[in-house]
Design a protein around this ligand. Structure first.
Ligand code: MLC
Length: 286
């Protein structure tokens, strides 16, 4: 290995696996960011990632059962609790954007795009902690659906499908700390910072201009488009011999899930902001 190459990346080994990562060091580490060490983190996801499939199935079943239970009951208001819930997730996402963003910025703007999609974050750094919190937070996000059901609001396919499969994808990616995960995690923390702030505001009954929700949906859709594009670029690089920290299994899973999200969010955008208006006009005209 040449000096140039060894400066570019380092190799983490543990649990009979290797992770190729960029040796980025944070200037300071928060106390909470030392909560889990790299080996505990890796062991947890390696041993338990498949439980995300059971958790997602349990989530879908529980959503259906709760909907049945609520059929004969009045919707609950829950406004203060909903505000606290969305506010908490907004603050969590903002913190994730900030802390994870420090490494993301360095990777993209100093080390370059290829390194940012081919070399993982440092498994011993705060980035790995926020990647791990990201994966765990996907269980907490099931709470969104419980609020919708208890308030007797519609739970659209996009919503429950997204919540169920994103948990499986992020737990599967956490085992190998995939390099493209740097993009997926940063984009999602950023979009969720805006989305949960939006939901926090709407949960107290305040209506924001349509341009705001349209911007959120646009950013979500753009995130899915970037996710699909990155998966294609990683495939191209791997086929051409570039060393990329993402297995073919995870690459296929990422591509499939991001492609399905792209279709669903494009269609949501179309129905919510483009077609809907025409339909209303059509009904009025009838
Ligand atoms: C602009 C959007 C963020 C929201 O669109 P909506 O149609 O849900 O917007 P809306 O303003 O009509 O809100 C619908 C109702 O849900 C309530 N609501 C409050 N908190 C919520 C929460 N945490 N999750 C879902 N719904 C919530 C709102 O207050 C409102 O209630 P009331 O009826 O009382 O006014 C959109 O882009 C979108 O994502 N729509 C898909 C639906 C969805 O569930 N998205 C979130 C998960 S997807 C995701 O998270 C993608 C990603 O990873 O980036």
């Amino acid at each position: 290995m040449s000096a140039e190459v060894s400066e570019r990346f380092k190799v983490w080994t543990g649990n009979n696996e290797t992770i190729i990562y960029s040796p980025f060091e944070y200037e300071s580490t928060w106390l909470i960011e030392s909560w889990w060490d790299d080996l505990t983190m890796h062991t947890f996801f390696k041993n338990h990632w498949f439980k995300s499939v059971y958790l997602s199935l349990a989530y879908v079943i529980a959503t259906n059962l709760l909907q049945k239970y609520m059929e004969t009951r009045k919707p609950k208001s829950m406004r203060p609790l909903l505000l606290a819930w969305n506010g908490f997730l907004a603050v969590f996402s903002i913190m994730g954007t900030w802390r994870f963003g420090i490494e993301f910025y360095d990777a993209v703007f100093r080390r370059g795009f290829i390194d940012s999609i081919c070399l993982a974050v440092n498994p011993k750094s705060p980035s790995a902690f926020w990647a791990c919190m990201f994966a765990l937070s996907k269980i907490a996000e099931f709470g969104d659906t419980m609020f919708l059901v208890l308030r007797k609001r519609p739970v659209i396919f996009l919503h429950w499908y997204h919540h169920a499969v994103v948990l499986i994808l992020s737990w599967h990616a956490a085992i190998e700390l995939t390099a493209p995960g740097r993009w997926f995690i940063f984009m999602n923390y950023l979009v969720h910072s805006i989305m949960y702030t939006y939901y926090a505001v709407t949960s107290v009954g305040y209506r924001l201009p349509k341009l705001v929700s349209m911007t959120v949906t646009f950013l979500q859709t753009l995130q899915m488009l970037i996710g699909v594009s990155i998966s294609c670029i990683v495939l191209y690089l791997k086929l051409n011999g570039e060393m990329c920290q993402q297995s073919y299994d995870n690459l296929a899973l990422s591509f499939g899930i991001y492609a399905s999200f792209l279709v669903l969010f494009s269609s949501f955008f179309n129905n919510a902001y483009l077609v809907k208006k025409d339909k209303k006009t059509a009904v009025k005209q009838d």
